[in-house]
Design a protein around this ligand. Structure first.
Ligand code: ATP
Ligand code: LTN
Length: 330
């Protein structure tokens, strides 16, 4: 039996990169026998400014999205990070093992801090340590994430090994699991950058809540090149990204898509892609909206998830406190 864990920031819209990079893999790993945890990392979200009212709504929206995507709360412990205070407690202990240089090397930090100078929050710098605590607290074996989080999971591995060496075998050393296709969907308006919900332009991403008109507009405007053929090539990231999206949605291989569009141009391809996207998003949106109409139902699921997670985390922390020498009774 493997323990599988992932988390997403409840920081606003979710896009199809989040869906295919993290949510769908988690749904497919829900098979019997695995023990799964999925949570909204609200304490990660506040590393950048959040409006409290919006944050509250985003947490519920994220929970509704996971459930609508097929997360079964019987099979997956679904909860909110801040409800299990052991996450921040373990992060503090790991803070005392991590080195400044290790955090300074993190590319997500470098990207997000760029241009912000000294005004960037200490929380943003420390973000990967809280993430390591999230993972190590539950003896996680596998962490399904998009490509951009690989470096953070590697830090969690290093910290697990460092702790185990210093204090004795305590933590499972986790492995990232990154899918082959779709681990890094690119921005529609710039295929050299990753699709990102914190992008300044809405043309960057396809939101899970975009309606038919918006999807068509964004796909028609998606950056390609002047070659005009539907073919994968490393030198053509724009069309490659769109082929990947169609392949993820239709479950056809990129090769099958190339063959189907032999002799056709961007116009036909983009119209079909927009139609397939809408057919995929519409039922998902109805399910999300139905779940959001019953906030007390959502809260019940999250309460239940939090108490199951808390029980596991409390047990782990008894061992951790003992190992580092702060527990006085034997
Ligand atoms: P932000 O832009 O605020 O950093 P994000 O869009 O990167 O947000 P996160 O909440 O950081 O989203 O990521 C949630 C999950 O989605 C992670 O597992 C991450 O690896 C995955 N993910 C994010 N962007 C993409 C993408 N473009 N392609 C595939 N997976 C992605
Ligand atoms: N940093 C991740 C979110 C995250 C996470 C985690 C992912 C926080 N804790 C634990 C996997 C496991 C992100 O931005 N996507």
């Amino acid at each position: 039996m493997s323990r599988i864990l992932t988390a997403l920031q409840p920081s606003g819209i979710l896009h199809i990169g989040n869906y295919f990079g993290a949510i769908e893999p988690m749904v497919s790993l829900q098979s019997a026998g695995n023990q799964n945890l999925l949570f909204m990392v609200d304490y990660h979200a506040i590393t950048v400014e959040q409006d409290p009212h919006t944050l509250r709504q985003n947490i519920l929206f994220a929970a509704a999205t996971y459930l609508a995507s097929g997360i079964d709360p019987e099979k997956t412990i679904l909860f909110q990070q801040s409800r299990v205070s052991e996450h921040t407690e373990l992060a503090w202990i790991l803070n005392c093992l991590v080195r400044m240089g290790e955090l300074e090397r993190m590319t997500q930090y470098k990207d997000k801090a760029l241009g912000k100078g000294q005004s960037v929050s200490v929380g943003l710098f420390d973000y990967p340590v809280l993430m390591a605590a999230d993972i190590l607290l539950y003896d996680t074996n596998i962490v399904p994430v998009g490509e951009d989080q690989k470096q953070h999971v590697e830090l969690a591995r290093d910290l697990a090994e460092r702790f185990n060496k210093k204090f004795g075998e305590t933590f499972v050393v986790p492995k990232p699991q990154i899918r082959k296709e779709g681990a890094r969907l690119m921005a529609l308006d710039d295929p050299h950058k990753k699709m990102s919900k914190s992008a300044t332009s809405e043309k960057n991403y396809l939101s899970l809540m975009d309606d038919e008109k918006t999807v068509l507009k964004k796909i028609k405007a998606a950056v390609t090149d002047s070659e005009g053929t539907i073919r994968l090539s490393p030198s053509r990231p724009g069309i490659g990204n769109l082929i990947t999206i169609l392949s993820l949605i239709t479950k056809k291989t990129p090769k099958e898509i190339e063959n189907a569009y032999e002799g056709k141009g961007y116009g036909d391809f983009k119209t079909d892609l927009a139609r397939e996207l809408t057919a995929f998003l519409t039922p998902l949106q109805s399910k999300i909206n139905a779940l959001l109409k019953d906030p007390s139902g959502l809260l019940k699921i999250l309460d239940n998830g939090a108490s199951r997670a808390k029980a596991m985390a409390e047990k782990k922390m008894i061992d951790v406190r003992q190992k580092i020498g702060v527990t006085l009774s034997s």
